[in-house]
Design a protein around this ligand. Structure first.
Ligand SMILES: [Zn+2]
Length: 293
């Protein structure tokens, strides 16, 4: 996508992989056949595949402020053991080449901001070198919310075997051992005008990143939203949400907060055009994406 400017800041989308990976009614357990049909009719083309699978993108955002190069989340990663998700098992993507095409080498990244510690957001935190997982971004501090870190640290210690504990072991602990992790409170200011905000529910300590500069505003929403279906039907939580009721409350509040304000939304999984604004439409909402994003 073309670089998006928010005041003094530049934002690029770094895409790792995209496609139809799961049926809409598998991912949204409360989505009825009628609701799916409504979405097929009303959402823009390309959102839902002909077989009812959701088209989803796995990307992260590169945020360049006047003083810092910040990567917000790091997608799925190469070579990771993800047997429960065959499409991502031992993935070999061109993520670092895409980052280089945007003008950034790994050693130039100053901060990695993890919205949450799910496997598809921390993968490139590390890469496999001579059989060991090492931090991909050698000079970066990795910023993680304390609530989120402590949740997954406890899960890992008690022997949790979920895919997120696997990624905690291969994509978070090696960075912690390298003393590159900085645990922060849920309202931490990352840089001037760039402020974290707790949006718990999808995960125990999920954060969004609010960006404000010279009157312009954007919010990197992580996994508070996964698909435009949730703008048509905001109550739809996903089977990936840790606490579906809390996720519903958080998602609804975020949509209400930003609808009609002009704030740009930067969601982690929307297929192109990904970046846009929420507008009010009748009793509900619609997405007004920026062309080319
Ligand atoms: Zn995700």
């Amino acid at each position: 996508m073309p670089t998006v400017t928010i005041g003094d800041h530049a934002i690029d989308k770094i895409v790792e992989i995209a496609g139809p990976f799961m049926h809409a009614q598998d991912f949204f357990p409360d989505l009825t056949a009628d609701m799916l049909e409504t979405c097929r009719r009303e959402l823009p083309a390309g959102q839902i595949a002909a077989n009812g699978f959701l088209n989803m993108s796995y990307h992260c955002f590169l945020l360049r402020t006047p003083g810092r190069t910040i990567l917000i989340d790091t997608c799925c990663g190469n070579d990771k053991e993800r047997v429960s998700r065959p499409e991502f098992h031992h993935l070999r993507s061109g993520f670092l080449a895409t980052l280089a095409a945007a003008g950034v080498q790994p050693e130039q990244v100053d901060l990695v901001m993890c919205t949450h510690l799910h496997w598809d957001h921390v993968g490139w935190n590390t890469r496999l070198i001579d059989g060991s997982w090492v931090p991909t971004f050698a000079n970066a501090k990795y910023v993680i919310g304390r609530t989120e870190y402590e949740y997954w640290d406890a899960a890992h210690r008690r022997g949790d075997t979920s895919i997120h504990s696997d990624s905690f072991a291969d994509s978070v602990l090696p960075v912690k051992r390298a003393e590159q992790v900085v645990l922060v409170e849920d309202d931490h200011e990352l840089d001037a005008g760039i402020v974290l905000e707790p949006c718990f529910g999808h995960s125990a300590g999920h954060l969004v990143v609010n960006i404000a500069s010279r009157g312009a505003r954007a919010v990197v929403t992580g996994d508070v939203l996964h698909h435009q279906i949730q703008l048509r039907f905001p109550s739809m939580s996903t089977r990936a949400d840790t606490d579906r009721e809390r996720a519903r409350q958080t998602r609804t509040a975020l949509i209400e907060k930003h609808a009609g304000t002009g704030t740009l939304l930067l969601p982690a999984h929307f297929v192109p055009p990904s970046v846009g604004r929420i507008e009010r439409a009748g009793e509900g909402f619609r997405y007004a994406p920026l062309a080319g994003t």
